[in-house]
Design a protein around this ligand. Structure first.
Ligand code: PMT
Length: 409
């Protein structure tokens, strides 16, 4: 039984394909899964709650607001998200897909989509009229959800409820069961990163000029946080050492806040021996004032000079001392650079992998949500990535790191 004791949350929306769901529940139960069903109001027009709860042997949820007054009912949308090993939405209608993409959570189905634990697979099986499926809004929402890590299984072509032919049919329950089995198994077992200690630096550093001013840069931390989220999703134990940023800590990640490059270096040093993989995604200020002025510097002169001294290179410091089993991964942010600069940094800093980061001030580099990376490993093999969301780019980097780990086995 491939799904033995796995908790599958099944979200059913209001589409004609909902008639296949009772059979899907039976197949999942046959494979040993525990199944709980959440429905939208519209879904109950197509399939009854009585059928779904009888087959799943669990009550069916629809509203966030409970009928009873028991206190655990008030937090059921959270408990359900924590319980699930995978969340399967079938059929996923255009309306629900739009709500999920927008983060709207006004019923149990959409609320538990957000409370699902981060490393658990979310599978969407869109099913609708062919024209609706091809519409710009549905395609945009699906591609955004897939960038966020959802597994979107495209509908099949054939005769639709309207009597017309087109792409919009939900796959048969047997196919859906196979996809769920695959997703649950891959997420749980496959990554060599599972249990590995991954230390990531993120964000900018601040180098004090006086008590109210500092030298810094535009790094938002988004790239480093995306890497932390992706590594945690693969089961790694992640420590995120970050300069001052306004981002939420990804689920399951240990966060250490630092301010200056010196503080960042000290925090990294504490993990030198215990960490398996170090990723330098921070934009560490290259220089700091030789001495910070105490108090607030007075504006008495038209000009002022600040003497700067070079900061230690945190990433190079790690590589210098790393043991054979440890990996050092860095970025090379170049404005007008070329791949040769990145290759030189890979060599100088004795890295296992470097991400050459094109900076264009608009779509790639600081602050924005997307990044354009080219990955170069220590054998100088090159993987050019297109412009991707930082989350997707982070996942690609982790795939490359997994490959390095696998090849060194
Ligand atoms: O934070 P975001 O707004 O999402 O932006 C992401 C990013 C552009 C900051 C990120 O993708 C990135 O490219 N980070 C590295 C930026 C950088 O400082 O590049 P660099 O070429 O100057 O440094 C090379 C490598 O050495 C980097 O891995 C850096 O973390 C590391 N380094 C540099 C200097 C220093 N003193 N210590 C270091 O560890």
């Amino acid at each position: 039984m491939k799904l033995n004791d796995k908790n599958i949350l099944l979200g059913v929306c209001g589409g004609i394909a909902a008639y296949k769901i009772p059979l899907l529940i039976r197949l999942l139960k046959k494979q040993g899964a525990n199944v709980r069903v959440v429905v939208t109001r519209a879904a109950t027009r197509f399939v009854t709650e009585l059928t779904l709860s009888t087959l799943s042997q669990e009550p069916v949820c629809q509203d966030i607001f409970p009928d009873g007054s028991s206190t655990d009912e008030w937090t059921r949308h959270i408990a359900i998200g924590e319980w699930a090993d995978a969340y399967v939405i079938a059929p996923a209608t255009a309306n629900t897909i739009a709500k999920l993409a927008a983060g709207i959570c006004d019923d149990m189905l959409s609320a538990s989509f957000i409370t699902l634990r981060p490393n658990k697979p979310k599978l969407l099986f869109p099913a609708m009229d062919g024209e609706m499926f091809e519409s710009a809004s549905v395609q945009r929402n699906l591609s955004w959800l897939s960038e966020q890590g959802c597994i979107v299984v495209n509908p099949e072509s054939g005769q639709l409820a309207s009597g017309q032919c087109g792409t919009g049919r939900m796959p048969e329950p047997e196919t859906i069961t196979d996809v769920i089995e695959q997703a649950v198994t891959i997420t749980q077992n496959d990554s060599v990163l599972r249990g590995k200690s991954v230390v990531i630096t993120a964000g900018p550093t601040r180098e004090k000029i006086d008590d109210v001013r500092f030298i810094s840069n535009y790094s938002s931390g988004k790239m480093g946080f995306a890497l932390a989220k992706a590594a945690a999703a693969k089961g790694a134990e992640v420590t995120l050492i970050t300069g001052p940023v306004h981002l939420h800590t990804p689920e399951g990640v240990t966060r250490l806040n630092v301010e200056s490059s010196e503080e960042m270096q000290n925090a990294v040093r504490e993990h030198h021996t215990s960490c398996d993989i170090f990723i330098g995604a921070a934009a560490v200020a290259d220089y700091r004032p030789v001495e910070a002025i105490s108090g607030k510097f007075r504006k008495e002169h038209e000009t002022m000079e600040i003497s700067l001294v070079k900061n230690p290179d945190i990433l190079a410091g790690f590589s210098e001392q790393k043991k054979a089993h440890q990996l050092a991964i860095g970025f090379s942010l170049e404005t007008a650079g070329n791949l040769d600069h990145a290759k030189a940094k890979l060599k100088q800093k004795k890295l296992d992998l470097i991400a050459y980061n094109t900076f264009d001030g608009k779509t790639s580099g600081f602050e924005v949500d997307t990044n354009m990376l080219t990955l170069i490993d220590n054998s100088l093999s090159i993987q050019e990535l297109p412009l991707l969301s930082k989350q997707k780019a982070a996942e690609k980097m982790l795939d490359a790191i997994e490959k390095l780990l696998n090849s060194s086995k």
